[in-house]
Design a protein around this ligand. Structure first.
Ligand code: NAD
Ligand code: MG
Length: 391
């Protein structure tokens, strides 16, 4: 019996994780805690179905509705940031970190205190505080397993290999919603258009980040932080079929590719079953039906967010926290209709340049408090700049 907690259970990754647990033989998993946001009905229904000990909403004002929705069940209800940390700290063997944004950092760090396994979908934790996450895992003996499909692919390609023989890593990108659009038209892209991914079914924010390739930029930094690759060893190619998720190149010139259907249950299931491999409810790939695999270099004019990843990695310190906060806030402004789609990269570049050299950012000592301070500072910077553009 494995004790399992899911942080961000009501989201796309969380629901896919519960889908896999639902299909497992009875008694295989015991759900400790589930957390969610505003979707109280989903959170309560899942907590009841899986017999969770605890259900937490991130929002204090939703405690009463959550209690009402759980009335008559044995599930304990709680709300707010401290309750999220408490949920993450409850003893569990396997915790899924699937909150979206930097909000996932503190609960993920808290889960590592248990020394169990942290399945990490929340790439923002590694982008904002990679060295802190990795040090925490080393200190407690916890294991972090990647859930991002590209990083799961790299992890699998490295199985049985000596990582010092790896020379390069190639991460694929679908190209997102606008890969076939003329560049000029991308300026006018709406939120609805950016929220429709050609290949993957995901939460709205990561879907828009795929269209802009901010998501790929985060993943490049994630690859550096998780595996220790240097910035010049990491490459990105556009691969519209989205079945090759990543490739690792070795010193003998060989490339090991991971090929799988664009279904997150593959990467989630790999982390859930690791170190074993078990059958998963994902479609078998039929290569003749796919017919061909295309790979092209990403055009920086179409995807100005992507090269920013190297600027962030070269600057070091807490620049990842600046990048992530700037991206999150620019995305808020795009979703609110304050700024255009292509303006997001301008805003983020402006924050990176404007805040470069700030003593809170160049520090090599990364703590949760410092990430929070830099996050706050950056959001203010973006709000001011977005206000100027809108006004
Ligand atoms: P989502 O928007 O579908 O779900 C997010 C979850 O986080 C929900 O449960 C929501 O209630 C909760 N949440 C949102 N804001 C919160 C806050 N401030 N505090 C606490 N909880 C909060 O997102 P998703 O697509 O499932 O993505 C989750 C994470 O996984 C992200 O970091 C994303 O980059 C990563 N990821 C997702 C996919 C995918 O296929 N969806 C693939 C790779 C990586
Ligand atoms: Mg990914």
């Amino acid at each position: 019996m494995r004790r399992v907690t899911i942080l961000g259970a009501t989201g796309s990754i969380g629901q896919n994780t519960l889908d896999l647990i639902r299909r497992a033989p009875k008694g295989h998993y015991q759900v400790v805690a589930l957390t969610g946001g505003r979707n109280i009905a989903q959170l309560a229904a899942d907590a009841r179905e899986f017999g969770a000990a605890l259900a937490v909403t991130a929002h204090d004002d939703l405690l009463a509705p959550l209690r009402a929705a759980l009335a008559g069940s044995r599930v304990e209800a709680a709300a707010g940031e401290a309750a999220l940390i408490d949920a993450a700290q409850r003893p569990a063997d396997w915790t899924m970190s699937a909150i979206v944004g930097v909000a996932g950092l503190a609960p993920g760090l808290a889960a590592l205190e248990n020394g169990g396994t942290l399945a990490l979908a929340n790439k923002e934790s590694l982008v904002t505080a990679g060295p802190l996450m990795m040090a925490q895992a080393r200190a407690t003996g916890a294991r972090i397993l990647p859930v991002d499909s590209e990083h799961s692919a790299i992890f699998q390609a490295l199985m049985g290999e000596d990582i010092t023989a790896a020379r390069r890593v190639i991460i694929t990108a679908s190209g997102g919603a606008f890969r076939d659009w003329p560049l000029a038209q991308m300026q006018t892209a709406t939120v609805a258009q950016a929220s429709a991914h050609p290949n993957w079914e995901m939460g709205q924010r990561i879907t828009i980040d795929s269209a802009s390739m901010f998501n790929k930029a985060l993943e490049v930094i994630e690859a550096k932080e998780f595996f220790g690759f240097s910035p010049d060893q990491i490459e990105v190619v556009v691969h519209p079929q989205s079945i090759v998720h990543a490739l690792v190149g070795f010193c003998d010139g060989g490339l090991m590719a991971h090929v799988g259907p664009p279904d997150m249950r593959h990467a989630i299931g790999y982390a859930l079953n690791w170190p074993e491999r078990r059958a998963l409810p994902v479609e078998a790939i039929d290569l003749p039906t796919i017919g061909r695999l295309d790979f092209t270099a990403p055009d920086p004019a179409r995807y100005p967010a992507l090269p920013l990843a190297w600027q962030v990695m070269d600057a070091g310190g807490l620049t990842g926290a600046v990048f992530n906060a700037a991206k999150e806030r620019a995305l808020d402004h795009f979703i609110a209709g304050d700024v255009g789609f292509m303006a997001m990269a301008d805003l983020v570049k402006d924050a990176l340049d404007g805040l470069a050299g700030h003593p809170d950012i160049t520090t090599s000592e990364i703590t949760l408090e410092r990430v929070r301070a830099v996050d706050h500072l950056t959001r203010q910077h973006i709000d001011t700049q977005a206000g100027r553009r809108a006004g």
